[in-house]
Design a protein around this ligand. Structure first.
Ligand code: SAH
Ligand code: SF4
Ligand code: F3S
Length: 447
């Protein structure tokens, strides 16, 4: 049924990190043989999957409000004589599956991040008896074995999970509990998937892992894996995310100076600048060791665009501690960053710490941090004006005749150029920079 309309509509809504984006694609892959085709309107769906995120309270609460909306669609469908199955997947499903079932009776099944390969079977069971629930375990290995290595990529860029789980147990974070222990996929399986993506026209792949630079399988580190994938014809750009400072090996740093396909962009969260807070977070690095690391990476790849994550208002954070976060931002220098108010997550050690910070204080600190990060991002973008950068074009822009691509530094670049350049890497002269994007023109005549 490849070209005809799909027999059954599948609507997937994705929250959270890139790994959830990858997982959503793979859920569509395992459901395709059952006749499910992706639709972009939940009202047209026979099966709705919410792929959820548990990282902060707000992310979790969104799921419950979205479920209220979907429930009404399910009721309307039932009145019209057809059925809708509602599945909740992802990290909220893993963390509080039972609560989801209790709070929203319209949910037919919940499935954690390591068990979604069982969706076909679960859906069949849910159709037989409503209220089926899966106690998902952490058998990441089994999941990857059950997924097809063939990818039905439709774009120019793709995500590819190579590592999953986390053993770091930062005291604020739910991920070790929702994604399980660190585990790396076999290089052969990764290579097969990467080749299938390249054959489908993908030019850039982002290797994903909660601690991707902790990758270790068959004696291969992430650096070894990158070098291996860089040999695949057509795969011109490789990125990876997210890295932990503790796992930033010498060989990976060296690869940044040596492997042409490895893009000069690194997401290396530090979270905070005060050693007292870093210790309380169980980060296993100091402010100074982080800055030394950044210096080493810049020695290997001077133009690297550094990105990070920050948390303000961790329990016990004083004004002086917070100022150290501002200081580490000034010292490291970021091309982009994500920053968050600390969110107290049930079951994590930090939730029980004394010295929880009032929301107004977090709000005020976040605003100051974001002002500084915005200024740095703007400066990094402005520094590209007048330069000619290789841009991988990904999609049409919002204005007619415009296409959008990415610079090596992951900046969005808007150019007036024909659609046929989508999928190609083309030199672009950067004319102007805004906070979130660049604009430029083709630097040469294209045939
Ligand atoms: N494995 C990745 C991603 C973790 S989640 C890593 O280690 O970087 C992404 C970001 O969310 C984290 O880096 C952190 O900055 C933020 N985060 C995690 N838990 C949080 C919490 N309880 N409150 C606020 N931000 C949090
Ligand atoms: Fe969470 Fe820390 Fe693990 Fe990242 S390294 S996923 S922040 S526990
Ligand atoms: Fe959220 Fe789970 Fe990713 S909690 S950030 S979806 S690993």
């Amino acid at each position: 049924m490849s070209e005809s309309a799909p027999a059954k509509g599948l609507y997937i809504k994705t929250y959270g990190c890139q790994m959830n984006v990858y997982d959503s694609e793979r859920m569509a892959d395992v459901l395709a043989p059952l006749g499910y085709g992706v639709v972009d309107d939940p009202a047209k769906a026979d099966l709705v999957v919410l792929n959820t995120c548990h990282i902060r309270e707000k992310a979790t609460e969104k799921v419950y409000s979205e479920l209220g909306v979907i429930k009404r669609l399910k009721q309307e469908k039932a009145q019209a004589g057809s059925a809708m199955t509602i599945a909740v997947a992802g990290c909220v499903a893993q963390a509080e599956g039972e609560e989801i079932m209790r709070r929203q009776p319209a949910v037919d099944l919940v499935v954690g991040p390591q068990a979604y390969h069982q969706l076909p079977e679960l859906i069949a069971r849910a159709h037989r008896a409503r209220g089926e629930r899966l106690a998902a375990d952490f058998a990441a290995e089994e999941k990857f074995d059950a997924l097809p290595t063939e990818r039905r990529a439709s774009g120019v860029t793709a995500f590819l999970t190579v590592q999953e789980g986390c053993d770091k147990f930062c005291t604020f974070c739910v991920v070790p509990y929702t994604r399980g222990a660190e585990w790396s996929r076999a290089p052969e399986a990764i290579e097969a998937e990467a080749r299938s993506l390249a054959e489908a026209g993908v030019r850039e792949v982002t290797l994903l892992g909660q601690n991707v630079n902790a990758y270790a399988a068959d004696g291969l580190t992430l650096a070894g894996l990158v070098r291996r994938l860089a040999k695949i014809p057509g795969l011109d750009r490789i990125r990876y995310t997210t890295s932990h400072p503790k796992d930033m090996g010498e060989d990976l740093i060296a690869a940044h100076g040596e492997v042409e396909a490895l893009m000069p962009y690194l997401h290396l969260p530090v979270q905070a600048g005060s050693d007292k807070i870093l210790r309380a977070m169980n980060r296993a690095h100091s402010a100074e060791s982080y800055l030394k690391l950044v210096e080493k990476i810049r020695a290997a790849r001077p133009d690297i665009a550094l990105s990070g994550d920050f948390i303000v208002g961790f329990p016990g954070e004083t004004e002086a501690d917070f100022e150290k976060t501002l200081q580490i931002v000034r010292d490291a220098g970021y091309a982009s960053a994500f920053s968050f108010k600390y969110s107290r997550r049930p079951g994590t050690p930090a939730a029980a710490l004394p010295g929880q910070i009032p929301d107004e204080v977090k709000e005020e600190r976040l605003a100051r941090l974001q002002a500084l990060l915005d200024e740095q991002q703007r400066a990094f973008n402005l520094a590209q004006e007048g330069r000619t950068l290789p841009v991988l074009f990904e999609k049409p822009g919002r204005h007619p005749g415009q296409i959008i691509g990415r610079s090596p530094y992951l900046q969005s670049v808007h150019v007036s150029a024909p659609d046929r350049l989508i999928g190609q890497i083309v030199p672009v002269k950067i004319a102007s920079a805004a906070r979130n994007s660049l604009a430029g023109e083709l630097a040469m005549e294209t045939a």
